[in-house]
Design a protein around this ligand. Structure first.
Ligand code: NOJ
Length: 543
């Protein structure tokens, strides 16, 4: 298998299928649904963190890397899942959260007791003038430093206070990390998703500097000095020793050049990476917690075009996606989940699925699952959301305005229980799920499959198209007609053949001549008009 052959399906473990009816998804639930995933056609599952945790950040705060979160099952369940998945030709990719550990991890606890060796596993800094060492901000709000009274020291946490950053400069830490990765590789996993991996290399020279332009900038530790060295080392001493392992890095706020360096096979670092710029086009001045900017399809499209073109030229490889567990659902965000549910779900599916790179489907998008549309703050769970709520309250915004923002931006939107059928709790569990999901449009797999227009069946079709046509996997990409902002048009081609993909990303009819474009191999509307595209119409022609 090659990286272009992967069709990855991300599972937010807590929300996929609850087998023991405690309201929380689990490993046996996933095992139960393997035939469903096989039917869909995917060949890889990325599981969000399954390790022991205090669940402050739903598993991204790891207490013990070698133990399974008991809410999700046991090591035996995990081994069975790998074994059963294999029978369905599905491989498992695990989430490696190695930028930080939970503050309940034994290393951190020892550090708190004053053990110097373990303090050096993290970033503990002296208290000077009762001020944090730098003005860096945590991604979840507030300073990135927490002061410890007893020790008169500060420690760094780029995420929540319960997620302390690891010191990768320390050889001992890197040895521990290799041990963790190798432990899981030996269990038979075939993929690794590295959480915020381009943040692991902090500046070598101290004292660290303040952010100057804005306290929210993250240049000091993004794509840091030793990042490529660390990744090459990981590659050499862990996954390259095993066969057919695929790696993807979460590369937040990276740049074109670093991205290509991370994912160029010649560099022996990672196979591919996620970039996020296209998912920030609805932020106002880069601020996430504000009301969505008016849809800016031009910017959205241009970012994709620029990234695709640069990475093609410089041998980078993009993991393409529009939704994940940190993002609102793309059908609610970029599409129109109320009036053009099927059309916008299928149009945006094609929008990313045939780009150069490897597609990552987010659980539930294959039935068009939407945002939460909550009415009360109590219905949210995510700590980033709850922190933002407090911040917006302090800024004096009215409750209604705050809820509007949070409904648009909360990460919980992407974490709702999968809606399998029309029973209570949509067949996810027999008991109240951990996260409230009203499912206002009553979108369930059961209903979708009854529809004339099934989104699930459309996803099956596009998966088969990728499998059956090498050009979609290895061909070149070229972008056409950038005149109409609402249309996104690209070609995948090689010397023998060409596919033309034409998408109307808007909810308005768009004039466009469609005569003589070739043979239609996919169309999310029944008809084809010679001179216009319907709202969210998506067509693939073969030439
Ligand atoms: C990125 C993960 O996707 C997100 O869910 C998590 O909160 C942060 N990294 C911190 O681990």
């Amino acid at each position: 298998m090659k990286k272009e052959d992967l069709i990855v399906y991300e599972i937010y473990v807590k929300s996929f299928k609850d087998s023991n009816n405690d309201g929380i998804g689990d490993l046996n639930g996933i095992k139960e649904k393997l035939p469903y995933l096989k039917k869909l056609g995917i060949n890889y599952i990325w599981l969000t963190p399954i390790y022991q945790t205090l669940n402050i950040d739903n598993g991204y705060d790891i207490k013990n890397y070698y133990k399974i979160n008991s809410d999700y099952g046991t090591m035996k369940d995990f081994k069975n899942l790998i074994k059963e998945a294999k029978k369905h030709n599905i491989n498992i990719m695990l989430d490696m959260v190695l930028n930080h550990t939970s503050t309940s991890h034994k290393w951190f606890k020892k550090a708190l007791k004053g053990n110097k060796k373990y303090q050096n596993y993290y970033f503990f800094e002296k208290n000077i003038n009762d001020k944090p060492p730098t003005n860096w901000q945590s991604k979840f709000g507030g300073s990135a430093w927490k002061y410890l009274d007893d020790l008169n020291l500060w420690y760094l946490h780029l995420f929540s206070t319960e997620q302390a950053d690891l010191n990768w400069e320390n050889n001992e830490v890197r040895k521990e990390i290799l041990k963790i990765i190798n432990f899981w590789l030996k269990k038979g996993i075939k993929g690794l998703r590295f959480d915020v991996i381009n943040l692991i290399s902090k500046p070598i020279k101290k004292p660290w500097k303040n952010n100057l332009e804005s306290i929210n900038e993250n240049k000091s530790y993004t794509d840091g000095e030793n990042i490529h060295k660390y990744l090459k080392e990981l590659n050499e001493k862990s996954f390259s020793k095993y066969q057919n392992i695929f790696t993807v890095g979460e590369l937040s706020s990276t740049d074109f050049k670093h991205f290509a360096d991370y994912s160029n096979y010649k560099n022996h670092e990672l196979d591919m990476g996620f970039m996020f710029y296209h998912l920030k086009t609805d932020y106002i001045n880069g601020e996430k917690w504000s009301k969505n900017k008016q849809k800016n399809l031009k910017e959205f499209k241009e970012i994709i075009i620029d990234w695709q073109s640069y990475q093609q030229k410089h041998h980078g490889w993009i993991a393409n996606f529009l939704s994940n567990h940190d993002q609102p659902r793309h059908i609610s965000r970029f599409g129109n989940d109320k009036n053009y549910h099927y059309q916008s779900a299928t149009c945006f599916a094609i929008c990313y699925f045939f780009l150069r790179g490897t597609p990552f489907i987010f659980y539930g998008e294959e039935i068009g699952q939407t945002n939460l549309y909550n009415t009360k703050i109590e219905e949210f769970n995510d700590l980033e959301t709850l922190n933002a709520y407090k911040k917006l309250q302090k800024e004096g915004l009215k409750e209604k305005e705050i809820l509007e923002i949070i409904n648009q931006k909360s990460r919980d939107n992407g974490r709702s229980p999968f809606a399998w059928n029309n029973q209570k709790y949509f067949g996810f569990s027999k008991n109240k799920p951990w996260l409230n999901y009203k499912n206002i449009y009553n979108i369930t797999l059961e209903n979708d499959l009854k529809n004339k227009n099934s989104i699930f069946k459309f996803y099956q079709e596009i998966i088969n198209l990728r499998k059956d046509n090498k050009i979609f996997r290895t061909g070149k990409i070229r972008f056409l007609d950038n005149i109409n902002d609402n249309l996104f048009i690209y070609e995948r081609y090689d010397r023998t053949k060409k596919f033309l993909i034409i998408l109307n990303l808007s909810d308005k009819k768009q004039d466009f001549t469609l005569e003589n474009k070739g043979k239609i191999i996919l169309n999310n509307y029944k008809n084809l008009n010679d001179d216009y595209l319907n709202p969210y119409q998506a067509i693939i022609f073969e030439d």
